[in-house]
Design a binder for this molecule. Structure first.
Ligand SMILES: NC(=O)c1ccc[n+]([C@@H]2O[C@H](COP(=O)([O-])OP(=O)(O)OC[C@H]3O[C@@H](n4cnc5c(N)ncnc54)[C@H](O)[C@@H]3O)[C@@H](O)[C@H]2O)c1
Length: 360
C-alpha cells in the first residue's frame, strides 16, 4: 500500500493506492484516523456502471446495506439527483456520523461529495475513484458540486473527503474512451510535475490500464502537492491545473458538450494554447497524444467555431479583457501568462486551426 497525505485546513487526509485485496486495510487506516467513523454506519453510492465494483467493495468491507445506485453519466450531477440522494439517506436513517462511500468516476465523486458536504451541514465521505481521470485528478482536492442548466459546476463547495482509496485494478472495466480521456489529464499533471515522469508516459508502447497503472500514484501525487499548497485556489499555484482548459471549455461549448469528451477537449486545448505562445512543449504533447492515439483527428462535425470564439470572450476566469493561461515553457517548467482575450481569439481564427486538422 502506497499512501500520500493531502494537507487541508479541515483535516489532512490520505490518498491510498493498493490492490483490491487491500481495500479493507485502507479503510482501517482511515477509520483509525477518524475516531467516530464505523463501517456499520455507512452507505455506498455508485452508478449503474460501477455497481459491480461497489459490490466488491461492500463484500470486502462486510457492509450489510445494498449500494445506492444512480444512472451513469453527467446528467446525474444535478440538484435533482442530490435531492434524491438526500431522500435515500433519510430513508436509510442516516445521521451526522454516517459515512458515505463514493464508488465511481468524477460524476459520482463530485455528486456524492456535494451531498456529503451539505446533508445535515456535512457528513464524512470517502472516495473510491474508478476512472483514470478520477484517480489522478477529480478525487483529490475537495472540489465537489453539481451542474445547473446554465452551466457546469455552478453549485458546489470545497469539502475534502476523509480519505481516497485508489485501486488501479478497478480501472480494468473502464471503456477505452475513458482511458484516453483520463490520459490527457494524466499527461498534463506529469508535464507539470517532472520531465522524468512525462518521459515515462512517452515511453509507453500502447495505452492500457496495465501500462499506466504503475505510474498512477506519482501522477496523482503531482495534484496532491499542488492542492496541498493552495487548497482554495486563492493563489496562482492551483491555476496551473487549468493548463489547456481555457480553450478546452470554449471547444466544449462550441460543441454544446456533445461529440467530444472533456479529456479530448483538454487535449486540443493544451495543443492550441501551446501553439499560441510558441512553446517547445507543443511537439512533445503532439507526439505523445498521436503515438498513443489519444485524440481524434478533427473536432466533431457539430463544432461551431463562432460558438467557441464567443465563449472565449465571456470566459468566467477573464478579468479586464485578459485571462491567465498556465503555459509550459518546457516539460516540468510552468509559468502563468496573462493573455489578451482578443489576441487569443484572433489566433484561433487562423484558417484551418479550429477545423481540427492541426493534429496531422
Ligand atoms: N472535483 C474535481 O476536482 C474535478 C476535476 C476534474 C473533473 N471533475 C468532474 O468529473 C466528471 C467526469 O468524471 P469522469 O471522467 O470520471 O466521468 P464519469 O464519472 O461520468 O465516468 C465515465 C463513464 O465511465 C463509467 N465508469 C466509471 N468507472 C468505470 C469502471 N471502472 N468500469 C466501467 N465503467 C466505468 C461511468 O459510469 C461513466 O459512464 C465531470 O463532471 C467533471 O466536472 C471534477
Amino acid at each position: 500500500v502506497k499512501s500520500f497525505e493531502v494537507r487541508s485546513r479541515s483535516g489532512n487526509y490520505p490518498v491510498i493506492f493498493g490492490a483490491s485485496s487491500e481495500v479493507r486495510a485502507a479503510f482501517q487506516k482511515i477509520i483509525a484516523a477518524n475516531g467516530n467513523l464505523s463501517l456499520d454506519n455507512s452507505v455506498v453510492v455508485a452508478d449503474s456502471n460501477t455497481e459491480r465494483i461497489a459490490q466488491t467493495v461492500i463484500k470486502s468491507l462486510g457492509i450489510q446495506k445494498s449500494p445506492v445506485i444512480v444512472p451513469a453519466g453527467e446528467p446525474s450531477k444535478s440538484l435533482e439527483m442530490a435531492e434524491h440522494l438526500y431522500q435515500e439517506l433519510i430513508d436509510l436513517k442516516a445521521n451526522r456520523r454516517t459515512l458515505i462511500i463514493a464508488v465511481g468516476g468524477g460524476v459520482i465523486g463530485d455528486l456524492t461529495g456535494f451531498v456529503a458536504g451539505t446533508f445535515m451541514r456535512g457528513i464524512p465521505y470517502v472516495q473510491i475513484p474508478t476512472t483514470l481521470m478520477a484517480q489522478v485528478d477529480s478525487s483529490i482536492g475537495g472540489k465537489v458540486g453539481v451542474n445547473l442548466p446554465a452551466g457546469k459546476n455552478l453549485v458546489g463547495l470545497f469539502y475534502p473527503p476523509r480519505g481516497v482509496i485508489s485501486i488501479p485494478e478497478f480501472l480494468e472495466t473502464m471503456p477505452h474512451s475513458e482511458l484516453r480521456s483520463g490520459f490527457v489529464e494524466a499527461a498534463k499533471q506529469a508535464a507539470l510535475a517532472s520531465p522524468r515522469l512525462f518521459s515515462q508516459l512517452e515511453a509507453l508502447p500502447i495505452l492500457s490500464v496495465k501500462n499506466i497503472a504503475p505510474l498512477i500514484p506519482e501522477i496523482a501525487a503531482a495534484k496532491i502537492d499542488i492542492v496541498s499548497c493552495d487548497e482554495f485556489e486563492t493563489s496562482d499555484e492551483r491555476i496551473v491545473l487549468n493548463l489547456g482548459h481555457t480553450v478546452a471549455h470554449a471547444i466544449e461549448r462550441g460543441c454544446h458538450y456533445e461529440g467530444i469528451s472533456h479529456g479530448e477537449a483538454v487535449g486540443f486545448g493544451i495543443l492550441l494554447e501551446h501553439q499560441f505562445v510558441g512553446s517547445p512543449a507543443l511537439g512533445r504533447f503532439k507526439k505523445v497524444f498521436s503515438s498513443l492515439q489519444v485524440l481524434p483527428q478533427t473536432l466533431p462535425s457539430n463544432f461551431s467555431s463562432e460558438g467557441a470564439l464567443s465563449s472565449i470572450a465571456t470566459d468566467k476566469k477573464a478579468v479586464g479583457g485578459t485571462v491567465k493561461l498556465p503555459i509550459l515553457e518546457d516539460i516540468g517548467r510552468v509559468s502563468i501568462k496573462e493573455v489578451d482575450l482578443q489576441t487569443l481569439t484572433d489566433f484561433l481564427r487562423t484558417p484551418g486551426l479550429l477545423s481540427g486538422v492541426f493534429l496531422r
